[in-house]
Design a protein around this ligand. Structure first.
Ligand code: PBG
Length: 328
């Protein structure tokens, strides 16, 4: 028996350069996707109470944010509209208006900053008076197939406006196939689909709903279509189905409490996987930092790196711009 440890893993931790040399995972600005909220108006910035540091921007200012993101090395922004109240309805038909807020925002960014990717959410919740992601049936549930037909039209409208990626976040069955088909039929062969495949009914979406104005309107909850957080094998079935139907990339959402799902998906599939570090997660970091519970930036960096370690291709985070600038 030797009297020294044969394996001294501390040898690799002895200096900063050694640790950097041996790092297995790294975070890069291009790993970060920045969600942005858009509102009608001119030179309008509306801070969001439950998301300190995040605002809704009118299109003119949104374009400046997109330019900053591009300059910081971010490759993709995800847009979410706060639809004016008088344009919300039971059937969410404003989603199909080619001149709606998000379509104008997409076009403005693609015009001013053509080299940044723009992603648009496919779901009806920013447009419905009841805050659900689809059309309601008589019994109050969301009608799957009628909703899918509208979502396919919504995706076309967004693709026409210039969206590079459409991101169905609605969790209806069969929507990826339906959207892929209409995109192809309408010549949008290059419009990619990022499927919110494993999207859980979560308590971590609250501030987002304030931001898009759907929270106070929401009747009931979304457990009839978003996943039950007690399930994990089901997430793999959702991902497999979406890939089979033509999704280019898939997403797991929320992020932090679902690293097991990301890791399992990474083992099971070769496709790019994104995580959405949601509004509620962002709010947790800000609240913890405000009490002095930890070093804010270090907590955020550690968590973002954990997404990479779990196997993510990229991470949607409201901290994206700030962190991208720090990484530069
Ligand atoms: C809507 C949508 C939601 C989020 C992204 N798209 C909320 C919801 O499903 O109620 C949540 C994002 C976040 O909390 O940051 N389809």
């Amino acid at each position: 028996m030797s009297h020294f440890p044969a394996l001294r893993l501390r040898r690799g931790r002895q200096s900063a350069w050694m640790r950097d040399l041996l790092a297995e995972h790294r975070l890069h600005p291009s790993d970060l996707v920045w969600p942005l909220f858009v509102v009608d108006g001119d030179k309008e910035e509306q801070p969001i109470g439950t998301l300190p540091g995040v605002s809704r921007w009118s299109i003119d200012l949104l374009v400046e944010r997109a330019r900053e993101a591009h300059d910081a090395g971010i490759k993709l922004v995800a847009l979410f509209p706060n639809t004016p109240a008088d344009r919300r309805s039971d059937d969410g038909k404003e989603a199909l208006n080619a001149d709606n807020l998000v379509c104008r925002a997409i076009a403005a960014i693609k015009d001013a900053v053509p080299d940044i990717g723009v992603m648009a959410d496919v779901a009806l919740d920013p447009y419905t008076s009841h805050g659900h992601d689809g059309l309601l049936a008589d019994d109050g549930s969301v009608d799957n197939d009628r909703t899918v037909a509208i979502l396919a039209q919504q995706a076309i409208v967004q693709a026409r406006a210039g969206a590079d990626i459409v991101a169905p976040s609605d969790m209806m069955d069969g929507r990826i196939g339906a959207i892929r088909e209409v995109l192809e039929e309408n010549g949008h062969t290059n419009t990619a689909i990022m499927a919110y495949s494993a999207k859980y009914a979560s308590a971590f979406y609250g501030p987002f709903r304030e931001a898009v104005g759907s929270g106070d309107r929401l009747k009931g909850d979304k457990r009839g279509y978003q996943m039950d957080f007690r399930n994990s094998a089901e997430a793999l079935r959702e991902i497999e189905q979406d890939l089979d139907e033509g999704a280019d990339f898939v997403m797991v959402k929320p992020g932090l409490a679902y690293l097991d799902i990301i890791a399992r998906a990474r083992d099971a599939f070769e496709a790019p996987i994104f995580a959405y570090s949601t509004s509620g997660e962002y709010a947790m970091f800000e609240a913890a930092a405000a009490t002095g519970a930890g070093e804010r930036d270090a907590m955020i960096m550690e968590t973002l790196l954990a997404f990479k370690r779990a196997g993510c291709t990229g991470i949607l985070t409201y901290h994206a711009l700030e962190i991208a600038r720090k990484l530069a």
